[in-house]
Design a protein around this ligand. Structure first.
Ligand code: HEC
Length: 150
């Protein structure tokens, strides 16, 4: 009796799993319209730790192809691109670019980015103190260059 019941539940779960795979998901990388174009040291940090969500150059991991894990990944990338897309830098005016760069440094300093659910799997994406310094110095250099312009 119990065995029969268990078998039905397992088959039911199997069917749900297969059907979930059929739900269409956006796993595209749209064209890069304008990369933020940070200097090489900064670029390396951003690409290693941020581009998998905040860019149009996402390296989709294998679990991005397996529902339901894939829903979390595609949603994260959609949300991340919506607030900050390093591949569509031309869509922000100068004021917004400056405030986004400040946000990048703040989030890195506070250790809230990259998010924990990501660094659990991608250990190499964890920012070191040196990485945070690179970002901090970059923001400072930009600020100085901006003041020189005036
Ligand atoms: C696993 C995906 C992922 C990675 C990797 C990631 N982020 Fe995010 N980030 C998000 C998501 C999702 C949001 C928006 C929702 C939120 O605030 O939690 C976000 C929000 C932000 C914001 C807030 C923007 C705003 O205007 O509110 C900044 C700044 C940011 N991230 C910077 C970074 C930086 C810098 C890195 C790399 C060091 C990084 N993120 C890596 C997913 C990611």
């Amino acid at each position: 009796m119990f065995k029969k019941w268990l078998k039905r539940v397992l088959i039911g779960l199997g069917v749900v799993f297969v059907l979930l795979q059929l739900v269409p998901q956006d796993r595209e990388n749209p064209p890069v319209t304008l990369d933020i174009g940070a200097p090489p040291a900064v670029d390396a940090v951003l690409r290693r730790s941020c581009y998998d969500c905040h860019s149009n150059e996402v390296r989709w991991p294998w679990y991005a192809y397996v529902a339901p894990a894939s829903f979390l990944v595609t949603q994260d990338v959609a949300d991340a691109r919506y607030v900050l897309n390093l591949s569509e830098w031309d869509t922000y005016d100068e004021g917004l670019q400056i405030s986004l760069i400040e946000d990048i440094v703040d989030h890195a300093e506070e250790g809230v980015m990259p998010p924990e659910q990501y660094t659990l799997v991608h250990r190499d994406a964890v920012l070191s103190e040196a990485d945070v310094d690179v970002l901090r110095q970059w923001a400072r250099d930009l600020e100085e260059a901006d003041l020189d312009d005036r």
